[in-house]
Write a new protein. Structure first.
Length: 390
């Protein structure tokens, strides 16, 4: 608000509403971007922060209400370093900056308003320092016809102010750069000198279809940037096991957020949690899929006709407790929360539609069990359900 751009991010006390805000605008990704809003926990409803920088394995964030001991309920504003593939990381909202946004999402490569970079940083860099200047090695790029200082800064993953600090000769006339001029930008490790707006690299040809799918091909065949026949095979296996709802198209050879969500759903169906359900297949996930063993992906809870769903003592699945879910299991767990002394969170209800009141009550119950972080995110899992329904 102080910067005069209040419309870039949602203004809400609910992380779940923030996720909906970005998704409804088509500004959602499973990959980080400089300045993106990252959401944590089940359904993205637990905690949030702003991404200042990222590389292929890590995001560097600025978060409020945090501490190094407690991810979601601390009392500090801090720089945090987190693993991109951590199951606690749900996804990213991409603000619609006037100058465009720098993102690691390969699906957005070449689209107007997006610049793809596998690693990028804002003015603070990856070090977590408070300096607004760029430091370290630099490279030069050649201005192309139609380019502006703003566009070059966006492509380099830095602010215009930081770019001008590297180019004092153009500070007095940044709007008068011409094709052929050279501009200094921060170097990206392992990157050779090239124009500020290189033509997007063509997607690599998928590897030949695997002749032996029983052996795990290795973790390098899956995850952001992967493009091979094993990804297609994985998607096909997931569809066979109940994962079709995650794919609006495909499956295909290029790894996507749909693949990660489908894998995670399959892992959760096996009863795995934490890093064991991060959405990236390992040898055990692959073996269960290839051999047809293990449990199928839990069907999504139906919100069209809640009255047709009955409750039981069996855990109904995590999809029954997501933003927008409406079913008798939500009512049942709410009543149990009230019975166990957590009714203060409900101004109305409990009722069949999942609400922030339900999430807060569940989180309070989870904390009372001695759990913290992602284990007290307010979304019921099998153990939470079992203890509440006693």
């Amino acid at each position: 608000m102080k910067a005069g751009v209040p419309g870039l991010y949602p203004r809400t006390a609910s992380c779940s509403n923030g996720v909906d805000w970005f998704q409804s605008r088509g500004r959602w990704s499973g990959y980080p971007a400089v300045g993106s809003q990252v959401f944590y926990g089940s359904g993205g409803g637990t905690h949030t922060g702003i991404v200042a920088a990222y590389d292929e394995t890590t995001i560097y964030t600025i978060e409020g209400n945090t501490s190094t001991e407690n991810d979601a309920n601390g009392n500090k504003v801090m720089r945090r370093t987190r693993r991109r593939r951590d199951s606690y990381v749900y996804g990213y909202g991409l603000p619609q900056f006037t100058e465009g946004i720098v993102t690691a999402d390969p699906a957005l490569q070449g689209r107007p308003g997006y610049t793809y970079r596998a690693s990028a940083s804002g003015p603070a860099g990856n070090s977590g320092s408070n300096s607004g200047s760029t430091s370290g090695s630099t490279r030069t790029v050649t201005v192309r016809a139609g380019q502006t200082i703003t566009a070059i800064a966006a492509a380099a993953g830095i602010t215009v102010t930081a770019l001008l600090a590297l180019n004092p000769s153009v500070q007095s006339h940044p709007d008068q750069i011409t094709p052929g001029d050279t501009i200094t930008v921060p170097a990206v490790p392992g990157e050779s000198q090239e124009p500020a707006h290189p033509d997007p690299e063509p997607a690599p040809n998928p590897t030949p279809p695997p002749t032996n799918t029983s052996s795990f091909p290795g973790t390098d065949k899956f995850g952001p940037g992967a493009n091979n026949a094993f990804v297609t095979k994985l998607g096909q296996l997931l569809v066979q096991r109940g994962g079709a709802r995650f794919y609006s198209e495909g499956p295909g050879p290029r790894w996507s957020e749909a693949d990660r969500q489908a894998v995670r759903a399959f892992q959760l169906a096996q009863g795995w949690t934490g890093s064991s359900a991060d959405g990236i297949p390992g040898p055990q996930t692959w073996a269960l899929l290839v051999t047809g063993q293990g449990r199928n992906i839990i069907p999504a809870a139906s919100s069209a006709n809640p009255s047709t769903t009955s409750t039981s003592n069996s855990f109904p699945g995590r999809q029954a407790f997501r933003p927008g879910a409406s079913n008798p299991n939500v009512t049942a767990i709410g009543k149990q929360l009230v019975r166990k002394g957590y009714g203060r969170y409900y101004a109305v209800g409990p009722g069949p539609r999942w609400s922030e009141a339900d999430r807060r009550a569940v989180a309070a119950f989870q904390r009372a069990q001695g759990w913290s972080g992602g284990n007290a995110d307010g979304y019921p899992g099998p153990v939470t359900w079992s203890r509440l329904m006693r």
